[in-house]
Design a protein around this ligand. Structure first.
Ligand SMILES: Cc1ncc(C[n+]2csc(CCOP(=O)(O)OP(=O)(O)O)c2C)c(N)n1
Ligand SMILES: [Mg+2]
Length: 376
């Protein structure tokens, strides 16, 4: 089989020339002088800064609302993104409509930016459907629970797009823990060899459930990319402007045929791994406090204040938007109809299967007996 591929003749890899993560805004809201990266967001003026702030706040509201719904028994499970808003918004807002996202289970903020109907965000987590949304409507896959699997799916999709000459980028989200998975290693190797236009976006939130990143990797995670010949960059993942800048660069490279890139966004999971986890069993209150001082929303608010873009009208407008989206998530979740239990058997195989048919009959009989029991 003949393959067409674009191989760059320029340097294919970066051995980490930048010793510090890219940062454009400090935690106190002051800008950082970094001309190279600031140039990548030169078009982000007052209106755009305010929009990014609103995205951060609305995303947090969606997340906090979903966590509350789980605590109230309305969802089976939720994987909070609290603290990771800037990583998600900055990267998602760097994408074009025709780019495609392959996510893990924590990317509700990305789904919001892709334009998902808020009424769909919790569908899978309530256990009433196998998926939340139609992937092709927002060019984003559904939550992937098998850690790292989405890296391979992204690479395959990107490779096919490359062969077809589609000038798009495919961005895959995964965690620090997933970076140790074979699936991610295979995806990196394949993407590098075949110039697949993938952006590997690692949200290093410092924990893989109870395993700290120091145990996960003996080197900064971004260095794994260099071994494959993939250019990589570390970015302050709580700085929405820095994340936007580096992701735009990687997306542009992918769309122009320059192959894969790797971004390590250094951030922090401020909540539990999922609502089934208790992080106080494995990490200190002091660590959490340190990261609360680096809250991505506070940082953006301080920037707006410093630059004269903060006023009570704007604050009210953002709160109203967050209230509306939060209410939409809540009402939709509570109103979701329970599915017909027999539907469980409909989509196991595309064609009829005798074992499934037998199981369906048995289950129908059980339900019928159960109904009789209820009536008696
Ligand atoms: C293949 C596989 N192994 C193990 C698990 C159990 N598991 C779920 S999430 C998780 C940790 C993932 O950590 P990380 O990649 O850092 O992502 P984060 O949850 O921090 O966003 C593990 C081990 C799984 N779902 N899939
Ligand atoms: Mg993690």
């Amino acid at each position: 089989m003949h393959h067409t591929t674009t191989h760059n003749t320029t340097t294919r890899y970066d051995t980490g020339t930048n010793p510090y993560p890219v940062q454009l805004v400090q935690p106190d809201g002051r800008r950082v002088l970094d001309r190279e990266h600031a140039a990548l967001i030169a078009d982000i003026g007052p209106a755009e800064l305010r929009e990014l702030y609103e995205d951060l706040v609305v995303t947090r509201r969606i997340d906090v609302e979903a966590t509350a719904l789980q605590r109230q028994g309305q969802l089976g499970l939720w994987a909070p993104l609290l603290g990771q808003e800037a990583s998600q918004i900055g990267s998602a807002r760097a994408l074009h409509d025709d780019d495609y996202v392959f996510c893990s289970y924590r990317e509700a903020g990305v789904a919001y930016c892709r334009g998902v109907d808020p009424a769909l965000i919790t569908r899978l987590w309530r256990g009433v459907a196998h998926s939340c949304w139609d992937p092709d409507e927002i060019n984003m896959t559904n939550p992937a629970i098998v850690v790292g699997s989405q890296g391979l799916h992204a690479t395959g999709y990107a490779y096919a797009a490359h062969l077809e000459g589609a000038e798009i980028a495919v961005l895959t989200y995964f965690g620090d823990g997933a970076s140790s998975q074979g699936d991610i290693a295979e995806a990196l190797g394949f993407a590098a060899s075949w110039s697949a236009p993938v952006v590997f976006f690692c949200q290093n939130n410092h924990w893989a459930i109870s395993e700290p990143v120091q145990l996960q990797s003996q080197t900064p995670i971004v260095r794994r990319a260099y071994g494959y010949g993939i250019p990589g960059v570390q970015v302050d993942g709580n700085d929405v402007l820095a994340v936007l800048a580096v992701t735009r660069q990687a997306v542009a490279r992918a769309r122009a045929g320059g192959g894969p890139s790797f971004i390590e966004a250094i951030t922090y999971r401020m909540g539990p791994h999922t609502t089934a986890d208790d992080p106080t069993r494995y990490r200190s209150a002091a660590e959490l406090e340190l990261w609360q001082r680096r809250d991505p929303i506070d940082r953006m608010r301080r920037l707006l204040e410093r630059e004269g873009l903060w006023d009570s009208d704007f604050e009210r407008q953002v709160t109203a938007r967050a209230d509306a989206v939060g209410a939409a998530v809540r009402t939709a979740t509570i109103d979701m109809p329970d599915p017909d239990p027999m539907q469980l058997f409909d989509h196991v195989y595309t064609t009829a299967h005798p074992l499934i048919a037998a199981e369906r009959d048995e289950y129908a009989g059980y339900l019928a007996g159960f109904e009789e029991g209820v009536r008696a």
